[in-house]
Ligand binder design. Structure first.
Ligand code: ZN
Length: 276
């Protein structure tokens, strides 16, 4: 966590408490930095959670890239939305298809699905029925889908939302022409490397940025293992990454997520035919 955020929530809370301001003005809060007293005072009913991975990201990005990016989005959104409980990120993902490249700490889909369901159940037990998940890794998409769908059927009162693939969303939100190769896609590719240059440049080694640009048929998914696609542990063209592209991606995603939460708040997280 960057210095900017350390103690952020608590300082605001204490400043607010001292001046007798109402707690609704208190900014979003980080559960791992919070005391029980603070938690009781605030009574959260909605939360945000990053899910990442710990796996090889080429020779130019850190192993925690997926977690770092997802949690960075969470932190930026939480700065803009009051009263959002920020959960500690899940640092491991379903990385079995990347695990030939050293090193990956890989959960099976089954394990991750169970972890997610346990997280949902814990939140629900403590009155938090609204959750936004920010995913940073392709292998987590299916476990999030299974866990959320099954939990929702068992607990209809829960509101579960997910940004499942920020890389696709960023590409859709930005105007054409921002990216130079493969619309910025790729594991440790142009887009992902650009975000890391924008958020944690000291962790990026651009002199080692190398990826394989793929030429796969479209619309039907091939279920590859990563070593079938690239000898570099990276796909797309990370050498085209820039801080400016990363800033544009982050801004578009943060704005989108912030308005999503505001819109959901306005309708009390109701949608469709829900009227409870
Ligand atoms: Zn990644």
């Amino acid at each position: 966590m960057s210095r900017e955020y350390s103690g952020f929530a608590r300082l605001i809370y204490r400043a607010g408490a001292r001046k007798g301001e109402c707690y609704e003005m208190v900014a979003s809060k980080f559960l791992e930095r919070m005391t029980g007293h603070e938690h009781r005072a605030f009574r959260f009913d909605r939360a945000i959670l990053a899910i990442g991975a710990t796996e090889y990201h080429g020779d130019h990005l850190p192993y925690g890239t997926d977690t770092i990016i997802a949690h960075q989005l969470v932190k930026e959104v939480a700065r803009r939305i009051d009263g959002l409980l920020v959960l500690p990120p899940i640092p491991y993902g379903m990385s079995l298809h990347y695990a030939k490249f050293p090193i990956a700490i890989a959960l099976t889909s089954e394990t991750l699905t169970k972890i997610l369901k346990d997280v949902f159940a814990s939140l629900l037990k403590h009155g938090i029925r609204k959750l936004l998940i920010i995913n940073g890794h392709d292998g987590n998409i299916a476990p999030i889908e299974v866990a959320a769908r099954e939990f929702k059927v068992e607990h209809p009162e829960m509101r579960l939302c997910a940004l499942e693939a920020w890389w696709n969303t960023a590409k859709e939100l930005l105007p054409k022409g921002v990216f130079e190769v493969w619309e910025g896609l790729g594991h440790a590719g142009e887009g992902e490397t650009s975000i890391m240059l924008a958020t944690d440049p000291e962790l990026v080694s651009m002199k080692h940025a190398k990826g394989a640009v793929l030429n796969l048929p479209s619309h039907v998914q091939i279920k590859w293992t990563f070593e079938e696609l690239t000898p570099y542990g990276a796909t797309g063209d990370p050498s085209k990454a820039t801080k400016e592209k990363g800033e544009k991606m982050m801004k578009a995603l943060i704005n989108h997520l912030t308005s999503f939460i505001k819109e959901m708040d306005k309708r009390d997280w109701k949608y469709g035919l829900i009227d409870d």
